[in-house]
Write a protein that binds this ligand. Structure first.
Ligand code: ADP
Ligand code: MG
Length: 346
């Protein structure tokens, strides 16, 4: 709470995709290795996300739904080097204020915040032996109630009837198909940045994506193909450059790649997807320079650098970054791509 005013207010919940984004980030922050996403009616009727992360202790459940409660920052200094994706402590509160939300969890057995002294009353002991609890909130100004539940280690967040109490915002929702498209894009970005995590996405009981954790390069390429199409995989060149504290790797499409779909341009900085003018310029320039005039570039690229040299907290939507040495980053990206593309020039 003491940090509440110092943290820029995040954007509000806009559509099902924004809910999924926040929930996915929470699951990943909790160290989940597997995340299963189930949605109905483009996410408007139901979004259910189950993970096998650390889970949440019983006492912390109501807290998780309260505004500006975050377990992720202790001091203002932490803001400087924020490593986790979420840090504003208001996502669950915002979402629960415009939906029917439940959060069910059993903390991991080796979790440190379960105290043995908090022996539960007898009546709760059986459920407590199960160790799973559920908290529910419905719309604004509701007290979150905690009740016993059954759940494996990890957490499940269920969001039903988004905007049921805010007709004005509900009106801004598009068709089920469009909303699902946005939502799928959010899942895609996470799946592209967290290869070590298994993901599944189901829409209206249909499996859309089922992605096993990918360790080897081959597994990663399989995942890229599943998410971006095998056309892209077959018509791209691998980038892998490591120099002066910067690492750039990924795939860049060759001119033989023709695509009918929309933008296929993903750039991740330390695992976070970004849209940045400096980066876009470097990529575009390299692409243009090596004979691909007039072609739109397509790429899935990963830049890794010391977190101290990049500020990811520029904007609450967190798509923008500021590099400490923008010139260096720009030139590094440009040169790396330029060389890789020139090497395969026919
Ligand atoms: P923030 O992520 O910014 O801390 P949120 O409102 O998104 O704020 O979440 C509030 C808190 O709830 C988190 O700090 C975390 O402690 C807990 N939490 C939320 N989702 C999960 C999850 N899937 N697993 C474990 N803990 C969670
Ligand atoms: Mg969060």
């Amino acid at each position: 709470p003491r940090l509440a005013n110092q943290i820029a207010a995040g954007e509000v919940v806009e559509r099902p995709a924004s809910v999924v984004k926040e929930l996915l980030e929470n699951s990943l922050d909790a160290g989940a290795r597997r995340v299963d996403i189930e949605v109905e009616n483009g996410g408007i009727k139901l979004i259910r996300i189950r993970d096998n992360g650390t889970g949440i202790a019983q006492d912390d459940l109501p807290l998780a739904l309260s505004r500006h409660a975050t377990s992720k920052i202790d001091t203002l200094d932490d803001l400087e080097a924020v490593a986790t994706l979420g840090f504003r402590g208001e996502a669950l509160a915002s979402i629960s204020s415009v939906s029917r939300l439940s959060l069910t969890s059993r903390p991991r057995a080796n979790g440190s915040n379960v105290s043995a002294e908090d022996a539960a009353p007898l009546i709760q002991q059986e459920a407590s032996a199960e160790g799973a609890w559920k908290v529910e909130a419905e719309g604004r100004d509701m007290d979150a109630k905690v009740s016993p539940a059954a759940h494996p280690e990890g957490a499940t967040v269920e969001v039903r009837d988004l905007f049921f109490n805010t007709p004005a915002r509900r009106k801004f929702l598009r068709t089920e198909k469009t909303e699902f498209g946005h939502l799928e894009e959010v899942v895609k970005r996470q799946a592209l940045s967290r290869f070590e995590v298994g993901f599944s996405l189901r829409h209206n009981q249909r499996t859309i994506h089922s992605l096993r954790p990918a360790a080897s390069m081959q597994d990663k390429e399989r995942r890229i193909a599943a998410l971006c199409g095998s056309q892209f995989m077959e018509n791209s060149v691998v980038i892998d450059v490591d120099a002066s504290g910067l690492k750039l790797w990924g795939w860049v499409a060759l001119p033989t790649f023709s695509r009918s779909q929309a933008d296929l341009q993903y750039f991740f900085v330390n695992g976070r997807v970004i849209r940045d003018r400096l980066v876009a310029h470097a990529v575009k320039q390299a692409y243009r320079d090596v004979l691909y005039h007039g072609r739109h570039s397509a790429f899935v690229l990963y830049l890794e650098l010391d977190p101290a040299n990049v500020d990811v907290n520029v904007h609450p939507t967190k798509h923008e970054v500021r590099f400490r040495d923008g010139r260096l980053v720009h030139d590094f990206i440009f040169r790396s791509l330029h060389k890789a593309l020139a090497d395969v020039r026919p």
